[in-house]
Design a protein around this ligand. Sequence first.
Ligand code: AMP
Length: 445
Amino acid sequence: MAFKIFGLSDPLVKGILATGYTAPTEIQSQAIPIAIEGHDIIGCAQTGTGKTAAFVLPILNRLSHETSKNKLTKALIVTPTRELAVQIEKSILRYGRFLHLHTLAIYGGVNINSQLGKLRRGVDIVVATPGRLMDHIQRGTINLKHIEVLVLDEADRMFDMGFINDVQKIISFLPKGRQTMLFSATMSPQVKALTEGVLKSPKMIQVGPQSKPIDTITQRIYPVHKELKTDLLLYMLKNNHMYSVLVFSRTKHGADKINRRLSKADIVSTAIHSNKTQSQRQRALDGFKAGKYQVLVATDIAARGIDVTGITHVINYDVPCFAEDYVHRIGRTGRAEAIGEAITFVSPDEAKYLRGIEKFIERKLSPEKCEGFSYARSEPINPQQHQKQPHSGNKEHRPARQQQRANQSASARAGHNDSTPEQKQHFSGGRNRKNRSRKNFSRRR
Ligand code: AMP
């Protein structure tokens, strides 16, 4: 099915095709027609399903038909993190490249002045984090009286991050006759309660079984003592084919510590967490996207908005205490139906969190051992044995992945055109990353 079938405006369809999307994802197929009709929507979708375009395209379509020359803000998208706000703004700019609309992401951690200037000149679409948006409302520097569409993105996370009071205040400044779309990866009782007060006769959309990680992600569990986790991480990074790895740490301090240990071991890595400035976070993220770093170490909150095509592995250095976080973390790989691998290190005191995750995803995860890694600290390592065996914690899996890569390369060489430009970039991303990473690594050596 092509995007044209939705009756989207021609310049918008052109923008979607130029982005490299040829067919809508499931959530897009479900949500776009309903949203175009003006209905309120509750979208319950796993991460990486293409939900941004599901709410952005109907907004762009609506605004592309407007002829008014006044730059009034007609659409507001509220999202929990700065990274998500930047990412949604970028998506709007990509899909709407042939439309003459102005979009602005407003978020904290950066100087407010440039946002003030742009708001004064007029913007059609605002993408905002709750705190900075409240700041603008209190200063009287944003006019929300003409909002026609409100999107609440990642509603569950807004609760987790304590933004819900701000969100409710923001909603009280909006016109009652607006269209509202709420998206959430999980439907907690709190999110349900919010939807009751804020949406009018919403249509419910659920893509895939609720809260189950997407099928393209291989999940692996490695039981290991706490004090061996860094060694195991280093071992895997050096011995397995891991080109673009997102490592999760529960704490900011932990993220910095892991990053330092990796750098000491000549692994090119960087870290993001909420103690870093916005420009440091953006630099780290851009560098990771460009393949400059093999590893990005992140905390849950900082990683929330990460959408990097080509993340080959997510490693949970700590088991997340909340099962929802596990789903969000591993959803950073295997995006838009690409393959990905999620590895979780579980120390004995974390077994209880793992049980919670298994219950949540309704699946038992079998423990595995990383072949070739010395679990006993005192055990002498036989270097010859290490050289002979190109060790892998995923021996069965690797040939399949290598075969898949080989097939993809062969297909690309033969000019097969099944995949979208973005998918192609994704597939070649692994190789490019590998080459770029190698180049960078050798520079360090
Ligand atoms: P999202 O869930 O919106 O964060 O999207 C996840 C990833 O899927 C992003 O990298 C999007 O660019 C990509 N994506 C979204 N829609 C499509 C589509 N129709 N075809 C191909 N890729 C898509």
